[in-house]
Design a protein around this ligand. Structure first.
Ligand code: SF4
Ligand code: SF4
Length: 194
C-alpha cells in the first residue's frame, strides 16, 4: 500500500517502522476472516484492514477522532490476523504505534481514564483474588451489570493424571486463577484427548 507520511512522522522511528509495515499490506482482506471483532461487529473499521487504513490516514496527516480511537480500542491485540496475512504484515506492532499516536491527539473522558487505570492496575494486582472472592460471596446482591462480570464460584476440580511423556506449559495469566480456577483443568483434559 502506497503511503505518504505527513512531515511530522517522516523522520521518526515510529513513522519509518509504520511505513515499512503499511507498504507490505496489499489490502486483500484475508485477515478480516480471522478477526473476532470484525466477526462480532461486522464493520470493516472494526477489522484489521479497516484499522490499518485508519492508522495510515492518521500517519498521512488526517486528524484522528474519538471514533478512530474507539475502532483501535476495540482491537483485542490477539494478532490472529497476522496468522492469515500472506504478506507478513506485522499488524500488532502497527496498532501499538497507531494507538500511541492517536492517544496523543485525542483526549479521553475522565470516567474512561479511571476505568482504564483501574483495569491496568487492578487486574494484575495481588488484591484481585481476594476482591474476586468477595464479589463471588455477595454475587446475588450485585446489580445485574456487575453480576454478569463476576463468574460464579466453581471448584478447580482434580488435576488430570499424567498418561504420556509430553508436557504442556500453560500460562496462568492475571485473572484466570482467581476467576476460573478450573480453566487449566479443562484445557489439560482436552489436550489429553487429542
Ligand atoms: S491479509 Fe495482510 S495484506 Fe491482506 S489486508 Fe490483511 S494485513 Fe493487508
Ligand atoms: S489483533 Fe485480533 S482483534 Fe485486532 S485486528 Fe487482529 S484479529 Fe482483529
Amino acid at each position: 500500500m502506497q503511503t505518504h507520511l505527513a512531515p511530522q512522522y517522516q523522520d521518526t522511528d515510529e513513522g519509518r517502522q509504520a511505513e515499512a509495515i503499511l507498504r507490505k499490506c496489499v489490502h486483500c482482506g484475508f485477515c478480516t476472516a480471522t478477526c473476532p471483532t470484525y466477526q462480532l461487529l461486522g464493520d470493516e473499521l472494526d477489522g484489521p484492514r479497516g484499522r490499518i487504513y485508519l492508522i495510515k490516514q492518521v500517519l498521512e496527516g488526517e486528524q484522528p477522532t474519538r471514533k478512530t480511537q474507539q475502532h483501535l480500542d476495540r482491537c483485542l491485540t490477539c494478532r490472529n490476523c497476522e496468522s492469515t496475512c500472506p504478506s507478513g504484515v506485522q499488524y500488532g506492532h502497527l496498532v501499538d504505534i497507531g494507538r500511541k499516536i492517536v492517544d496523543e491527539q485525542v483526549g479521553r473522558p475522565a470516567t474512561e481514564k479511571a476505568l482504564r487505570w483501574a483495569l491496568k492496575e487492578g487486574l494484575p494486582s495481588p488484591l484481585f483474588a481476594p476482591a474476586m472472592k468477595l464479589g463471588q460471596a455477595v454475587r446475588g446482591l450485585l446489580p445485574d451489570g456487575l453480576k454478569n462480570k463476576v463468574p460464579q464460584s466453581r471448584p478447580a476440580g482434580l488435576w488430570p493424571t499424567r498418561e504420556h511423556a509430553r508436557k504442556a506449559l500453560m500460562l496462568g495469566g492475571c485473572v484466570q486463577p482467581a476467576s476460573m480456577p478450573g480453566g487449566h483443568w479443562s484445557k489439560a483434559a482436552r489436550s489429553r484427548r487429542s
